[in-house]
Design a protein around this ligand. Structure first.
Ligand code: MG
Length: 264
């Protein structure tokens, strides 16, 4: 099931996405919140602008308490930036205030001159958990969505901690929705800028598996429903400029598109 979070005439709701054609998608509004038992209301609204004038806008599919991102988890990407492939997973945070949704603008931060895209598979956590054993990892996963780990590469290179380089406002586009029924082990992940392909990889190329990553982070901390794990980016990262349209597509999920603007 694809679960989206959206606003309609000023109200926020979750809905199950039905349909295949992009301009014919319908949202079946969910009663309650999707991390617990929920029901579909049967009240359906079209995602595209409707003749009746209701306006639906997709929002970030979850509001995470924290985004835990793993670095250098694809060997080709680690090497393209001149880094060693790490023996163990290593994590950093992106704050909740970095999250934006599909169609929202990425604001080029004024303290950087080298903003990069990083297409990533995002894992959405479904229940509170700590010290998750490998065989229980699947039980704590709610689903999967697309992410773009937007990075101020110049700032990342000159500052030891990456809080500013990877945590500035709008640096974590997520969406367009969460796919709850998906085998994430071998999916195509690609990124285009203005329609030209920049990144192409498969999730099977991850050095540390999703199980490894969740075991690793929950050794240290509690994850909450809605928390997001970013699983690393394949090779092909590169610069973005103001006016670019950047799109992350993952097989079985969909496409997350955002535009780069100057911070106003
Ligand atoms: Mg990354």
């Amino acid at each position: 099931m694809r679960i989206a979070r959206f606003s309609i005439d000023g109200n926020v709701a979750f809905g199950a996405v039905e349909g295949d054609q992009p301009d014919e998608l319908v949202l079946d509004i969910i009663k309650g919140i999707p991390f617990t038992d929920f029901e579909l209301s049967g009240t359906k609204v079209p995602l595209a602008p409707s003749e009746s004038g209701t306006r639906v806008r997709l929002l970030p599919p979850v509001l995470p308490n924290k985004v835990v991102a793993f670095g250098r988890n694809y060997a080709d990407h680690a090497r393209e930036l001149g880094n060693e492939v790490p023996d163990a997973p290593f994590a950093f945070f992106k704050p909740s205030t970095s999250v934006i949704g599909p169609g929202d603008d990425i604001q080029y931060p004024p303290f950087s001159e080298d903003l990069h895209h990083e297409a990533e598979l995002a894992v959405v956590i479904g229940r509170m958990c700590r010290e998750v054993p490998r065989e229980r990892v699947k039980d704590v996963i709610f689903g999967y969505t697309c992410a773009n780990d937007i990075t101020a590469r110049d700032v990342q290179k000159r500052e030891k901690q990456w809080a500013r380089a990877k945590g500035f406002d709008t640096s974590c586009p997520l969406g367009p929705w969460v796919e709850t029924d998906l085998d994430p082990s071998d999916l195509t992940i690609q990124l285009t800028v203005n329609g030209s392909q920049r990144q192409l990889g498969r999730t099977s190329e991850m050095i540390h598996s999703i199980e490894d990553l969740i075991v690793n982070i929950t050794e240290a901390m509690t994850l909450l429903p809605g928390d997001v794990i970013l699983t690393g980016t394949p090779a092909g990262v590169g610069p973005l400029t103001v006016g670019d349209e950047v799109a992350v597509s993952i097989e079985g999920i969909g496409t997350l598109t955002n535009k780069v603007v100057k911070r106003g």
